[in-house]
Design a protein around this ligand. Structure first.
Ligand SMILES: [Zn+2]
Length: 402
């Protein structure tokens, strides 16, 4: 029996390896689209007569680089199914120093190198490698609950694809009991993460010769006061908020980019900066941007406008991803803890699509192969062992749906 067992696992692993190598060969950087990969997954599913839906991106601005979600369902159309979810896009490789072609998977010393092996095509490969078993269980009438496969676009640029897929799941499929988002967690359950909201603030001043600063309004000077105020707000959060499950244990604010001005002797007509807020679960993600606006409209803007009424401070949201609120006894937690035998509670700093599923009322957890340490870096890799663990994990999920 044990011999038979290990043979099965070997087979699964070699199928998963073959699939992963194929998935890596699609350079699904968000700017290039993911449709070719989605169609390849579709044709793979067709080989096993699995019905699937391809959902074109909500606002398909870039017709040259089309994007889509894929949603498939295997098993009876009843409530209580399990969603296995992953994003198909990867981060760019430009200005990274790779030892081999990032879009050709290579194996060296038990590690699978290639862009996306870890984040998160390894999870997709392990799910797809188990499709024959899912179909077999379904055809034999053993599956009591459906398995849903959800593969999304544009996670890396603000989790844009998942909400679109979630709407389709809710409208056209029986309600699921939970979702497992297979982001790299070294196959350990992750119960919560912060939110992220990215903003761009544009300051418009009034230009003039710098020899007499009274004649203009420097956007660079105003922006520097705004940035400095965000720093003060951060300091205040550090003393007022505490949730030791997270690191850092408070909501954080960070200004990552600032650009403005034209020359040293010209009063800067414009300046913009990009910043983010990472709020703790349960927190009001809009509270800080709201009080920031109230403050600058009261303190910074009036003297600017007094000199020139064309001056302005405008903030736009660039991306917003909700936090994953820990729900220690949810269906997702129970399922993953039963399978992994791991009862430790972990909270991470990175964001995932799990919070979006949770917001839609679907119990969510993060658990997938590979370490987040390797994600987004040059020479990204996935330990072969992790791929194998992920295949075994999916196999157990099938059993749990029987
Ligand atoms: Zn990811």
């Amino acid at each position: 029996m044990s011999e038979h067992r290990s043979n099965l696992d070997e087979d699964s692993l070699s199928v998963a390896l073959e699939i992963l190598s194929r998935l890596v060969s699609f350079p699904t950087v968000s700017s290039s689209g993911n449709l070719a990969l989605i169609e390849w997954i579709g044709s793979y599913l067709s080989r096993y007569s699995v019905p699937y839906r391809i959902q074109a991106a909500a606002d398909q601005e870039d017709k040259e680089n089309p994007k889509a979600n894929l949603i498939a369902s295997i098993g009876p159309q009843t409530a209580g199914g399990v969603i296995l979810s992953a994003h198909t896009d990867v981060v760019p490789v430009s200005s990274q120093d790779w030892d081999s072609d990032p879009f050709t998977m290579v194996e060296r010393e038990g590690r699978l190198y290639g862009r996306g092996t870890c984040d998160m095509k390894g999870f997709i490969a392990s799910v797809l490698s188990q499709v024959p078993r899912m179909v077999e269980a379904s055809e034999a009438g053993r599956l009591r609950y459906p398995l849903y496969l959800v593969f999304t676009y544009d996670e890396e640029v603000g989790c844009l694809g998942a909400p679109h897929a979630i709407r389709l799941l809710r409208s056209d499929f029986a309600p699921a009991r939970c979702v497992i988002v297979g982001e790299p967690s070294s196959m350990r359950p992750i119960s919560g993460h912060k939110s992220i909201d990215i903003y761009e603030t544009k300051v418009t001043g009034f230009s003039g010769h710098s020899s007499d600063p009274r004649l203009g309004v420097s956007a660079v000077l105003a922006a520097s006061r705004l940035v400095s105020h965000l720093g003060d707000m951060q300091d205040e959060l550090r003393t007022t908020e505490k949730d030791e499950r997270f690191s850092p244990p408070w909501a954080s604010v960070h200004v990552g980019v600032i650009e403005g001005g034209t020359a040293v002797n010209i009063i800067a007509p414009s300046c913009h900066f990009v910043w983010d807020v990472r709020a703790l679960p349960e927190g009001d993600t809009q509270e800080l941007p709201r009080s920031f606006k109230i403050w600058h409209d009261k303190v910074i803007l009036p003297p600017m406008r007094a000199l020139h009424d064309g001056c302005s401070i405008e903030t736009k949201s660039r991306a917003s991803v909700i936090y994953l609120r820990p729900e220690i006894d949810s269906a997702a937690e129970r399922l993953v803890r039963k399978i992994t035998g791991d009862n430790q509670h972990r909270y991470v700093a990175y964001v995932t699509e799990a919070g979006q599923f949770q917001q839609a009322g679907i119990a969510s957890i993060v658990c997938g192969p590979g370490s987040i340490e390797q994600a987004h870096k040059a020479n990204e890799f996935l330990e072969k062992e992790q791929l194998s663990l992920s295949c075994a994990f999916i196999e157990k999920i099938i059993t749990e749906c029987c």
